[in-house]
Every structure is written in structure tokens, then in C-alpha cells.
Ligand binder design. Structure first.
Ligand code: HEM
Length: 238
């Protein structure tokens, strides 16, 4: 049995992808406007999301459908831990907690895993194919914007166990097409992928207020950076 699930997912989430690219936080990121405190909060949420997703995929590694999409070389939990260590310090575990949107996203992954585990395919697709697509560009942006040296805070973007990300994407899409599912399940997976895009947008939207405040502060600092001479001090009295 085979479907064209990879194409269905790509076509069926196009609008959601465009919407995600147009979220304020994402647009700012692409323009190099990244602020460490907002960024590390996103990394913390992603840590909870990937930990849940990877734990559930591990739980179902013998599942007739999910076993065909079991690629632990994609796992991001460890790399997110490294990045959190960088951004928060050695006691990062005591400092991070999922936000409201982060909790909803994690809960959705747990619920789907318990009630209809095939839908985890949608969650893996939405995150991993996105990560494999934009990784190196986003890494460079983050490095430049936050003044990071190589190897600092960007482990998330590095797939150390994947030699050729482009080739791996081809393999992953083929695996999607070969999943033993019927058309109705494929449709539900596409719906769930759209929901996953929505949950990612919620994560970004939550950080917008934070970022706007930080941009305001940055602008204020720029405008007031130089101490200018006082008008009456400089002027010679006539
Ligand atoms: C920062 C804004 C973003 C940019 C510039 C961007 C860019 C891209 C690009 C260039 C591709 C490759 C398309 C191809 O293979 O031909 C892609 C694919 C993808 N992106 Fe994004 N992306 C962004 C945000 C996101 C977000 C927020 C998500 C979801 C969390 C996401 C999920 C995906 C997925 C799932 C694919 C694979 C599509 C497919 O071929 O089925 N992207 N993206």
C-alpha cells in the first residue's frame, strides 16, 4: 500500500506555511532582529515539545506505521539541552518551564499519541522537515544577530548524524509515501499537520510582546547612546 502523503502534506499545509512565515516574530527573526531573552524562551518551549514528541515516537517504535518513520538521527532533545545550557547556564533545568502555548502543544502530542498515534506523523513532519529545510540559514541569522561564536547556542540547527540533509529529505518523503495507511488516515494526518503549524504560530505569537518591548528598548538605547553637550553649556553667552 502506498499514498502520496508527502505531496498531500506539502500541498495541504502551504497556506499554513505562508501564515507561519508572516508572523511578526518570524519576520523579525529573518531580518536579523533577534533578542536573546525572547529567543531562549522559544528554545525552552521547543525543548518541551521535542522531548514529548521524541518520547512518544520511542514509545511507539514498534507501531506498524510509526516504526516506518522512526529516525532517531533526527532527534533534537539533546541538542536543545545543550542550547539551554548555553542560554541559561548550568542550572537551566530550574529556570525553564513551558509557556501556555507550549503546554497546549505538548498536551496535544500526548493526546494524539494515546488516542490515534498515527497522527504523530504530522507532528514529526511539521517540525523535522522544516528544520531540515531552513537550518543553516536560520543558524547564520541567529549567530549574527546574537553575536554567537561557532558552537554557541546553535546545536539545534546541527544534524550531526545526518550527512546530507537534502538526500535525507528525499528519503523521509519516500518513507511518508510508503506508510501503510488508508486515504482517510492520510487526510487526518494533513489536518493534524495544519494544527501543528497553528501551535507553532501560537508559540511565536506569545513572544511578540516580549520582542516589541525589547525592540523599543534597543531603539531607545540607540537614540540616547551618545551624551550630547548641553545647549547652554556649549553656547557662548552674548
Ligand atoms: C522563518 C520562516 C520560514 C522560512 C523562510 C521557511 C522556508 C522554507 C523553505 C525554503 C522550505 C523548503 C521548501 C522546499 O523543499 O522546496 C521549507 C519547507 C518546510 N517548512 Fe519552512 N520556513 C519557515 C518557517 C517554517 C515554520 C515555522 C514551520 C513549522 C513549524 C515550517 C515547516 C516547514 C515544512 C514542514 C517544510 C517541508 C515542506 C514540504 O516539502 O513538505 N517552516 N520552509
Amino acid at each position: 500500500m502506498s499514498t502520496n502523503l508527502a505531496t498531500q502534506l506539502r500541498e495541504g499545509t502551504k497556506k499554513a506555511h505562508t501564515m507561519a512565515e508572516n508572523v511578526g516574530f518570524v519576520k523579525c527573526f529573518l531580518k536579523g532582529v533577534v533578542e536573546k531573552n525572547s529567543y531562549r524562551k522559544l528554545v525552552a518551549n521547543l525543548y518541551f515539545v521535542y522531548s514529548a514528541m521524541e518520547e512518544e515516537m520511542e514509545r511507539h517504535r514498534q507501531h506498524p506505521v510509526l516504526s516506518k518513520l522512526y529516525f532517531p538521527q533526527l532527534n533534537r532533545q539533546k541538542s536543545l539541552e545543550q542550547d539551554l545550557h548555553y542560554y541559561y547556564g548550568a542550572n537551566w533545568r530550574e529556570q525553564v518551564a513551558p509557556s501556555a502555548a507550549g503546554k497546549d502543544y505538548v498536551q496535544r502530542i500526548r493526546d494524539v499519541s494515546a488516542s490515534e498515534p498515527e497522527l504523530l506523523v504530522a507532528h514529526c513532519y511539521t517540525r523535522y522537515l522544516g528544520d531540515l529545510s531552513g537550518g543553516q540559514i536560520l543558524k547564520k541569522i541567529a549567530q549574527r544577530a546574537m553575536n554567537l561564536s561557532e558552537g554557541e547556542g546553535t546545536a539545534f540547527y546541527e544534524f550531526k548524524d545526518i550527512a546530507d540533509e537534502k538526500a535525507f529529505k528525499v528519503e523521509y518523503r519516500q518513507a511518508l509515501d510508503e506508510l501503510p495507511i488508508d486515504d482517510a488516515t492520510a487526510e487526518r494526518i494533513v489536518d493534524e499537520a495544519n494544527a501543528a503549524f497553528g501551535m507553532n504560530m501560537n508559540l511565536f505569537n506569545e513572544l511578540e510582546g516580549n520582542l516589541i518591548k525589547a525592540i523599543g528598548q534597543m531603539l531607545f538605547n540607540t537614540l540616547t547612546r551618545r551624551r550630547s553637550g548641553g545647549s547652554t553649556e556649549l553656547a557662548t553667552a552674548e
